[in-house]
Design a protein around this ligand. Structure first.
Ligand SMILES: [Mn+2]
Length: 242
């Protein structure tokens, strides 16, 4: 029975060799031929363009391309750190890029997949910045800059995002429950899987029609391991990745 794997927020960077090793081992050992591997954003701690020739970019391309050649279907969404991932990277990895909101059958039930940043509508500053960086013209201008300059911009953005995080109240950084219900209703689903907040949990959301929806929040990856969610056809369960 083919399985579906759900991971997000791997935040790959050469600064953390252990997580990169863990990701390579996971991709090589866990998803089998005909399985689907969903990566729901922030695979990279930063992605500065598909022409990136760094060791990190080369190793991730190779790991995913090997899995794809083995028959694993790889499906990716953009995160807030790797929104510049484009067609060329997908081709190199043998992966397919999904839209920011994607509905697919999980354990027999229509399920909405998202990175999760769109749900954090209390963070008005972030949503404004997101709109700017998702503008195709802004991205086109950014991608025309030399790699070295893009690396500097990415480092600066990461530093500023770290500073902003320490200044903001915890609640602002989490999802807005009304926004969650709005997306569940818009896509007519009773299950949502996302990452981004680094607050792994299973939440229940009562819907206006009296039914309940379930929201699964995927964990981020650490050097020591993480948890993947797996649909084995009959249900969803957690599986340790160490
Ligand atoms: Mn994120």
């Amino acid at each position: 029975m083919a399985r579906q794997w759900f991971i997000s927020d791997v935040h790959l960077t050469l600064d953390c060799a252990e997580t990169l090793d863990l990701f390579e081992r996971f991709v090589a050992d866990h998803p089998a031929a005909d399985d689907r591997l969903f990566i729901l954003g922030d695979l990279f701690d930063a992605w500065i363009g598909d022409d990136d020739d760094s060791e990190l970019a080369q190793r991730v391309r190779a790991a995913l391309a090997r899995a794809s050649a083995r028959g694993v279907e790889i499906l990716m969404q953009h995160g807030n750190r790797d929104f510049l991932m484009g067609r060329r990277l997908m081709r190199d990895c043998g992966a397919r890029l999904l839209p920011d909101c994607h509905v697919t059958a999980v354990a027999g039930e229509p399920t909405l997949l998202m990175h999760g940043d769109l749900l954090c509508t209390d963070d008005v500053d972030y949503q404004r910045m997101r709109r700017r960086y998702r503008n195709p013209l802004v991205q086109w201008l950014l991608l025309r800059k030399p790699l070295a300059e893009r690396r500097r911009i990415a480092a600066d953005l990461r530093r500023r995002s770290g500073e902003a995080k320490t200044m903001k109240a915890d609640a602002i950084m989490d999802v807005n429950p009304d926004t969650v219900v709005r997306y569940l209703r818009r896509y007519r689903v009773h299950r949502l899987i996302h990452g981004h907040t680094h607050r792994p949990a299973v939440h229940r959301h009562p819907l206006p029609d009296g039914t309940d929806a379930v929201r699964i929040v995927l964990p981020e990856w650490h050097a020591t391991g993480t948890v993947a969610w797996v649909d084995d056809g009959s249900g969803l369960c957690e599986q340790a990745v160490v």
